[in-house]
Design a protein around this ligand. Structure first.
Ligand code: HEC
Length: 147
């Protein structure tokens, strides 16, 4: 009896504290907004032909995509979309280093499509999640079969 109670208590405490690999939803939101700042720098760089901000913005986005906050969705498809995004930011960064405006603009177009695609996917997958009070999400088995 006591063992069962203890197990429940420990389980509940872990749930309340959350584990470090899964940042809270608000932390994820705040972090994700950083992409807009980087996007603005890239776009501004493209229209004023300043390659420094383009390269810097692209590199910032690529670094972001490796953080825990970015990787809060753990499906194969999400990993793949993230990898494609990284490849595009690498292309953008390279184009900026080589001062090729056309290539940079093309890479940026690809990236914006990837922003839209991945968000569409993220919305779909989040519909299959249960959201308990407190903002933590518990993935259901559904997401495992829909990826
Ligand atoms: C590989 C997937 C992926 C790509 C690519 C991606 N995002 Fe996101 N983004 C997410 C996820 C996941 C969230 C969190 C959604 C949520 O839980 O509300 C998010 C959230 C955001 C938010 C916050 C939205 C809110 O609800 O407050 C912004 C802003 C954002 N992304 C901008 C961008 C921009 C700009 C790009 C392209 C330069 C981009 N994202 C590319 C996955 C992606």
């Amino acid at each position: 009896m006591w063992l069962v109670l203890l197990a429940v208590l420990v389980g509940w405490t872990c749930f309340l504290l959350g584990d470090e690999d899964t940042p809270s939803r608000n932390a994820v939101r705040a972090f994700m907004h950083g992409k807009l700042d980087a996007s603005k720098d890239v776009l501004e760089g493209l229209v004023t032909e300043k390659f420094g901000p383009i390269e810097e913005g692209a590199d910032r986005m690529r670094l972001m995509s490796r953080k825990a906050e970015w990787n809060s969705i753990k499906t194969e498809r999400y990993v793949q979309l993230s990898e494609e995004f990284r490849q595009s930011t690498e292309k953008l960064s390279k184009a900026a280093r080589e001062k090729k405006l056309d290539s940079a603009a093309l890479a940026w177009t690809q990236i914006t499509l990837q922003c839209v695609n991945c968000h569409q996917y993220a919305r779909d997958i989040q519909m299959t999640r249960i959201q308990p009070p407190g903002g933590r999400t518990v993935e259901t088995a559904v997401s495992a079969v829909t990826r």
